[in-house]
Design a protein around this ligand. Structure first.
Ligand code: BDR
Ligand code: CA
Length: 316
C-alpha cells in the first residue's frame, strides 16, 4: 500500500483524483488538505468533503490558505479570468452538501505535524492545486524538505500554457510558492505538466465504461469527466470527445509509474517577475546545464494506462 496525502483545489479533476485515491486497493489516502485555486478556499474545502462523504470515506479534510503566499490575489483576479467561461469551473460539485465537518487544525500546521512524526516519513505528498500550502509549510519548517519522501505535483508546461501563452494555472496562481517549493531541496519532485496531461485524455466512451462499473466513484467520475469534455474552454467550435483529467494522473503514477513517459530529470525554475511570462515553468533541457536537476518532468503520459488505473480504482 502506498500512503499519500492530497493537497488540492477541488475542482473537477481534483475530485476524480481523490476518488481514485480512496478507492484504489493499493492506495491509502491519509488526509486531504485544501487550497485556494479553481474556486475559493471555502468551495474547495466543501467540494473535497462532498466527494469523501459521497464515497462514505472518513479521510480527514484540513483547510489551508485562502490566498497566494506573497500576492494578495492571482496575477489576474479569478472573476476576470473566468469571465467568458463561467460554466467550466462550477462553484460546487453536483453532489449532496457535506455532512462531515472540516478539521479545526489548518492544513499548514497539519502538514508540519504530520511529517515531523517519524511514523509518517513514508507518505507521498500529491499536490494538485497551487503550491501555497506546501510552500508555507516548508517556510515554517524547512526540515520538511528532508522528511517528505516524494512530492508529485500537477503543474507547469514546457513553453506553453492554459492561462497565459506560457503559464499553467496551478503555477501561475502562486508563482512564488511554486518557485520556493521547487528550490526547497525535496529529494524527489515529480512534475506532471500540461504536456503529459493533454497527451492522455479521457473520452466519452471511457465515461460510458465507468458508468457501467456502477460504483459511486465510477458514476460520479463519469459525470464529472463528461462535464469537463463538454465545457472544455477550447470546445467552442468543435465537438470534443475527450478532455484532460490532469490531477488524477498524479495519483495514477503512484500505482502505475509507467503512466508517465518521456520522463527525465531537469533543472526547473518558475518565472515570478516577467510582464508576459509570470508563472512560466522554465525547464532547462540543455544537456550541459550545471543548474541542479530539481525535478523529474514527464513530457508525455499514457492514456491506456491512465484509464485502466481509473477503472481498477472504481471497480474496487
Ligand atoms: C490544473 O489547474 C486546475 O484548473 C486543475 O484542477 C488542474 O490542477 C490544470 O492546469
Ligand atoms: Ca487542481
Amino acid at each position: 500500500m502506498t500512503r499519500l496525502i492530497i493537497d488540492c483545489d477541488t475542482g473537477t479533476d481534483d475530485a476524480v483524483a481523490i476518488m481514485a485515491a480512496v478507492t484504489h486497493p493499493d492506495l491509502d489516502l491519509l488526509a486531504v488538505t485544501t487550497v485556494n485555486g479553481n474556486v475559493p478556499l471555502s468551495n474547495t474545502t466543501e467540494n473535497s468533503l462532498r466527494v469523501l462523504d459521497h464515497l462514505g470515506s472518513t479521510v480527514p479534510v484540513y483547510a489551508g490558505s485562502p490566498r497566494p503566499m506573497v500576492r494578495a490575489d492571482f496575477p489576474v483576479p479569478r472573476d476576470v479570468l473566468n469571465g467568458d467561461k463561467p460554466q467550466f469551473q462550477i462553484p460546487y460539485l453536483d453532489l449532496p452538501p457535506s455532512v462531515t465537518p472540516v478539521r479545526e487544525q489548518g492544513a499548514v500546521a497539519f502538514l508540519i505535524d504530520y511529517y515531523m512524526d517519524d511514523a509518517n516519513t513514508d507518505t507521498v505528498l500529491v499536490a494538485t492545486g497551487p503550491l501555497t500550502n506546501v510552500a508555507l509549510a516548508l517556510a515554517a519548517e524547512p526540515r520538511l524538505a528532508q522528511r517528505i519522501p516524494q512530492l508529485v505535483l500537477m503543474g507547469g508546461a514546457r513553453g506553453w500554457g492554459n492561462v497565459t501563452a506560457v503559464a499553467e494555472f496551478n503555477i501561475w496562481v502562486d508563482p512564488e510558492a511554486a518557485e520556493s517549493v521547487l528550490s526547497a531541496g525535496i529529494r524527489d519532485v515529480v512534475m506532471v505538466p500540461l504536456d503529459a496531461t493533454h497527451s492522455a485524455q479521457v473520452s466519452l466512451e471511457d465515461c460510458d465504461a465507468f458508468d457501467a462499473i456502477g460504483t459511486p466513484a465510477a458514476t460520479a467520475s463519469a459525470s464529472i469527466i463528461r462535464h469537463r469534455i463538454v465545457n472544455y474552454p477550447d470546445a467552442a467550435d468543435a465537438v470534443r470527445l475527450t478532455a484532460p483529467v490532469h490531477d488524477a494522473i498524479c495519483v495514477a503514477f503512484l500505482t502505475n509509474p509507467e503512466v508517465l513517459e518521456e520522463f527525465d530529470s531537469y533543472p526547473v525554475r518558475v518565472e515570478t517577475a516577467g510582464t508576459h511570462t509570470v508563472g512560466e515553468t522554465v525547464i532547462d533541457m540543455r544537456p550541459w546545464s550545471e543548474e541542479p536537476r530539481n525535478a523529474r518532468v514527464a513530457l508525455r503520459a499514457n492514456a491506456q494506462v491512465f484509464v485502466k488505473f481509473l477503472s481498477d480504482a472504481f471497480s474496487s
